[in-house]
Design a protein around this ligand. Structure first.
Ligand SMILES: Cc1cc2nc3c(=O)[nH]c(=O)nc-3n(C[C@H](O)[C@H](O)[C@H](O)COP(=O)(O)O)c2cc1C
Length: 174
């Protein structure tokens, strides 16, 4: 059994690309990639360490748009999951220029669901070094997970991921 479950969606976009990068950096033999579209709450039972990869698309039409996405369909499974004793971390793709006032908001939406479970959320990231106006992903002055912008600052992604994995090595059993 692989110990780390990397639950991500959608397929083939920026989240998928960064999920592959993160799995490579951790070691692909230690990570099982789980596409959320084909997963259910029972899949969480196979892992004690879970990483979630999500993007924010369509904040303007929040409920209508997310309900049709892979993550919109999967969010009820997160609420149904048994996360007792599990540590979870989130990375979120966004766009800090076009969507400065809703930067990586869906990372916050996912965190809200997880906060109703027994999950321990680790991997918070300081806001320093990010430019944006508002974000629903900020809790106690920090991002609840790792924000990434592959649209406008892809060159920063590898270093941001490396720094985050350092945090995760201390805070979860990576
Ligand atoms: C219709 C649409 C709406 C978006 N809304 C937001 C938003 O509210 N906040 C944000 O940070 N990024 C927003 N983005 C940017 C995406 O999150 C970003 O392009 C991301 O890399 C997409 O990853 P994916 O292709 O894996 O889904 C939006 C993109 C699209 C196409």
């Amino acid at each position: 059994m692989r110990r780390i479950g990397l639950f991500f969606g959608p397929l083939k976009g920026s989240v998928n690309r960064v999920a592959d990068m993160i799995a490579e950096k951790i070691g692909t033999d230690r990570v099982e990639m789980v596409h959320v579209k084909t997963a259910s709450a029972e899949d969480f039972d196979r892992f004690d360490t879970i990483i979630f990869g999500i993007s924010t698309v369509g904040k303007e039409t929040w409920d209508a748009s997310i309900s049709k996405t892979d993550w919109g369909i999967f969010l009820p499974e997160v609420s149904r999951g048994n996360f007792a004793g599990k540590k979870v971390a989130i990375f979120g793709l966004g766009n800090h220029v076009t969507y400065a006032s809703s930067f990586v908001d869906f990372m916050g939406l996912l965190a809200d669901e997880l906060m109703n479970t027994d999950a321990e959320i680790v991997g918070q990231v300081p806001v320093d070094g990010y430019e944006f106006e508002e974000s629903a992903a900020i809790y106690d002055g920090k991002f609840i997970g790792l924000p990434l912008d592959e649209d406008f600052e892809p060159e920063l992604t590898p270093e941001r991921v490396d720094n985050w994995l350092e945090i995760l090595r201390k805070e979860m059993n990576l």
